[in-house]
Design a protein around this ligand. Structure first.
Ligand code: GTP
Ligand code: MG
Length: 200
């Protein structure tokens, strides 16, 4: 998979800013600091495309990117980097403002073909489980990606992933995809799953 171009479209803070047209969209969600922006940059092999920050909660709007690739099944799509949820330091007023936009985008956006939920390999979070359950309740079967897998020792890996799978309610034979933005592990596989999910 070769990325022909990857360009920032805009930061959306209200639905009127969402693009019109039929280009398929793939959304990336997850708790703040889970590594969304890093994964997006790694996936697209564009270093500064999505802003990576040491201060959790930096991505505050729905950031859209338009991607074109050399692959026929996924030659053009819009990638949506959604604001991280569950970061306490974000003011209450801001959280109240964000939630409806994200909920509306995820539940009503017709162009949305796939929702990728990023979770941290070492952390079983109730909030992640609730997000996955909520997405299912509105008709999405999210792809769950365990990030920062390089932080797991080889000896810890199997147990950690099993714990995650169980804790998130994925124990119905569903595979958990792993990813490391540091080593690039999982990149090829993630592309294949995205392609598979957007075929139809
Ligand atoms: P917000 O936009 O603030 O919600 O965060 P985010 O989910 O976009 O996370 P971001 O990509 O900004 O990464 C957060 C921190 O985790 C940064 O310090 C990254 O360097 C680090 N990080 C991200 N991905 C990985 C990874 O695969 N491995 C390791 N070891 N660190 C990572
Ligand atoms: Mg981010």
């Amino acid at each position: 998979m070769k990325i022909r171009s990857a360009e920032f479209i805009r930061s959306c803070v209200n639905p009127e800013q969402f693009p019109t047209g039929a280009v398929p969209e793939i959304a990336f969600v997850g708790r703040s600091n889970v590594g969304k922006s890093s994964l997006i940059n790694s996936l697209l092999q564009r270093k500064g495309l999505a802003k990576v920050s040491r201060t959790p909660g930096k991505t505050r709007a729905i950031n859209l990117f338009t991607i074109s690739t050399d692959d026929q099944t996924l030659s053009r799509f819009v990638l949506a980097d959604l604001p991280g949820y569950g970061y306490a330091k974000v003011s209450k007023a801001e959280r109240v403002q964000w939630a409806p936009l994200i909920e509306q985008y995820l539940s009503q956006r017709e162009q949305l073909r796939m929702v990728v939920v990023l979770v941290e390999s070492r952390v079983v979070s109730t909030q992640d489980g609730e997000t996955i359950a909520w997405l299912r309740s509105i008709g999405h079967e999210p792809l769950v990606v365990a990030t920062k897998v390089d932080k797991l020792k080889p000896s810890e890996r199997v147990a950690a992933l099993r714990r995650l799978q169980k804790g998130l309610g994925l124990d119905d034979g569903r595979m958990l995809t792993v990813y490391s933005s540091v080593t690039g592990e999982g990149r090829e596989r993630l592309w294949n799953v995205l392609k598979e999910g957007c075929r139809t």
